[in-house]
Design a binder for this molecule. Structure first.
Ligand SMILES: [Zn+2]
Length: 150
């Protein structure tokens, strides 16, 4: 009963509300929405933009992984250098055993994980150490690695 009385409004109010409603739902007479051609052009433009952007994003990811890999390889070489300076020899064994020695002797804080899912390999021969990766090969400056190189 209360609600019924509220719904009764004067003709002036009714006209005003009608005009307000009309302002919301009226469109310019020439706006017919999008044509099929316009939609097709839009989809084409979006797909061209995506075709340009996606390989770029993928490339930057690979670049970042390679940079992280190079940084890890440098880290392992530096640890090997420090080990050599203190022990006058490199740690021996497989890559895993060498890296584990570097970690347990505190030359490395943690075992580096190859960022692209590959494997690091550390090869010690003739008192020189070679660090490389199964995905990227040998990265970074390798001159400082071996204390025995002339
Ligand atoms: Zn790598």
């Amino acid at each position: 009963m209360h609600g019924k009385r509220e719904r009764q409004i004067s003709p002036f109010q009714r006209r005003q509300r009608g005009q307000e409603r009309q302002r919301f739902i009226s469109y310019p007479a020439n706006d017919r929405g999008f044509t099929l051609l316009e939609l097709m052009v839009s989809v084409f433009i979006i797909s061209v933009l995506m075709a340009i952007a996606i390989p770029n994003l993928r490339g930057s990811g690979e670049k970042a992984q390679k940079a992280a890999c190079e940084s890890d390889q440098r880290l392992i070489r530096t640890a090997l250098d420090s080990y050599w300076v203190e022990n006058h020899s490199y740690p021996t064994g497989t890559t895993d055993e060498i890296v584990n020695t570097l970690v347990s002797d505190k030359y490395l804080q943690a075992k580096p994980k190859e960022p692209s899912g590959g494997q690091f390999s550390v090869i010690i021969s003739n008192d020189t150490a070679q660090v490389s990766c199964s995905v990227h090969g040998e990265l970074g400056d390798t001159d400082g690695v071996s204390p025995t190189t002339p």
